[in-house]
Design a binder for this molecule. Structure first.
Ligand SMILES: CC(C)(COP(=O)(O)OP(=O)(O)OC[C@H]1O[C@@H](n2cnc3c(N)ncnc32)[C@H](O)[C@@H]1OP(=O)(O)O)[C@@H](O)C(=O)NCCC(=O)NCCS
Length: 231
């Protein structure tokens, strides 16, 4: 699927195993995939992980979380390896002090920015050379007090909008805003709390491009910093 928004193209592919990896300098590629993989595939993906990732896989208490982390990182490496023209296992990933994983820079090339997010069995990857990127996917949860969360943490205008139902209402509208805030926080490194209180209901956010998709049982958003973008 290819989505366009205000002139900039966003490519949405359904499987990160796809062989297609040409990335234009002003493109953002967004991949939505699954974390469910058969055992043989898990073993193959595990061979791609570095020592830090294998350690993190091992210490996760639940088998489901172990599988999800392994597949999320293994598929990430396949994807990045193709964009970088490198063997997946040789992609140099480092972790910033705040936990954000990045590709170690290589001289003479525009950095490859990426972000990954998972929710349940769904995984979202965003890759670009344009600027810092953040991605967030959330499955709908109906067992939480989203109205209370919005009233307490969201910007006043957003909370009013959610209550009035003018622009959009209900759980999907809450998750639209929530994923936009997570995506912005993951892109720029500021705390999620800062973004929770920032009004992101508008499609225009100066210095940023922000896209949101409604999924069958959730919402996904991707934010990319584009200095000078008027919004
Ligand atoms: C930490 C955080 C990214 C986890 O988000 P989440 O919704 O629970 O989980 P997601 O699946 O969407 O994202 C997790 C992925 O984001 C990445 N990530 C982790 N920390 C990150 C950070 N600080 N910034 C950007 N990406 C981060 C990792 O790839 C991680 O997946 P992996 O561990 O399997 O590789 C979330 O709390 C957040 O958005 N933080 C924004 C930055 C922030 O507020 N930090 C405060 C630290 S006190």
């Amino acid at each position: 699927m290819v989505a366009t928004d205000g002139g900039r193209t966003v490519e949405v592919q359904t499987s990160p195993d796809h062989a297609w990896t040409e990335l234009g300098d002003d493109e953002v590629h967004v991949w939505i995939g699954s974390l469910r993989r058969p055992p043989a595939r898990l073993a193959a993906l595990a061979t791609l992980l570095n020592a830090d990732e294998l350690h993190r896989t091992r210490v996760l208490p639940s088998p489901t979380d172990r599988r999800r982390f392994l597949v999320g990182r293994g598929q990430l490496r396949l994807l990045l390896g193709r964009y970088l023209g490198t063997a997946p296992g040789a992609v140099r990933l480092i972790r910033l002090p705040n936990g954000k994983p990045i590709v170690a820079s290589s001289a003479g090339r525009a950095p490859l920015h990426f972000s990954l997010s998972h929710s349940g069995e769904q995984v979202l990857y965003a890759v670009t050379r344009t600027g810092e990127v953040g991605a967030d996917v959330q499955r709908f949860r109906t067992d939480m007090d989203w109205r209370g969360l919005a009233s307490r943490f969201f910007a006043p205008a957003e909370a009013i909008q959610l209550r009035s139902g003018e622009r959009a209402s209900g759980l999907p509208a809450f998750y639209r805003l929530w994923t936009r805030k997570e995506a912005m926080a993951k892109a720029d490194g500021r705390s999620l709390f800062w973004w929770l209180g920032t009004d992101l209901s508008s499609d225009r956010t100066p210095g940023w491009r922000l896209w949101t998709w409604r999924l069958p049982a959730g919402v996904a958003s991707v934010a990319v910093r584009i200095p000078g973008w008027a919004g």
